[in-house]
Write a protein that binds this ligand. Sequence first.
Ligand SMILES: C[S@@+](CC[C@H](N)C(=O)[O-])C[C@H]1O[C@@H](n2cnc3c(N)ncnc32)[C@H](O)[C@@H]1O
Length: 264
Amino acid sequence: MSSMDKAENVKEQYRDDSNLSIRIKLHAKHSTNKQGLNPWLFEKYSFFEGCRILELGCGNGEQWQNRIPKLPESCMLVLSDLSEGMVKTVWEKYSGCKNFLALQSDIQKLPFPQSCFDVIIANYMLYHVPDLPKALSEVKRVLKNGGTFYAATNGNGGMRTFLLNAFRQVHPNLETAFGKTYSFNLQNGREILSEYFDTVQRCDYEDSLAITDTQDLIDWLKSTISISTYREEHLDKLFVYFEEIRKREGVICIPKETGLFICR
Ligand SMILES: C[S@@+](CC[C@H](N)C(=O)[O-])C[C@H]1O[C@@H](n2cnc3c(N)ncnc32)[C@H](O)[C@@H]1O
């Protein structure tokens, strides 16, 4: 098991939405694809009148901002997360919306009878789950026959390769989490999901980062400390390394590898 899916690290990391918000901020401020990931995701999702939607590992529910009232008539939306702090955040944000519920639950043991939902979403969270087969069996159990499962995730290249290279140059003796592959990623996702679904489509979102403020990148790294192998004391030298790139090139360009699996 890696530091990314160790239960106590994941709990600590997502006790509340402060770490996640820092990471969302980096992408919102410095991404080169101006469409934005959430508008792109909502182009891919198919919702219909009366649709029952469940999101697992919803985090702070950012993707639903200003979108719940635009769902088709009589849709029901359940946002759920393992973290009570995240559930509290989404409840505070959206409890005024019609047909909305927020619920604390573990994807590995869902508190629903079988065939309840038309759509289930699990974005950027399957790689944190210790028992992925159990989680996906649960998704399949509570999804209606003919329903759709959406799972966004990252690839093993992109940011990870860039950051691994930086760590190798600055802290060559430090083993970093960026050297380990995600347990569920863009490269292996189709094969994993095909065990549970008849069709699995992979859609890539083309994007990169062009960072003009080095501290934003350091804050991003700091926010991942509880699910990483490096510590705060390593960040000062990394700041100097990244700042040199920024001064030399004007921006720190980092590729991204991210996308969505659509499963039926
Ligand atoms: C990287 S965040 C992604 C949040 C959100 N889906 C997004 O795309 O912004 C991962 C989330 O998964 C949640 N999580 C981790 N393990 C989980 C589990 N076993 N069951 C449900 N949620 C889990 C965490 O608490 C955290 O909120």
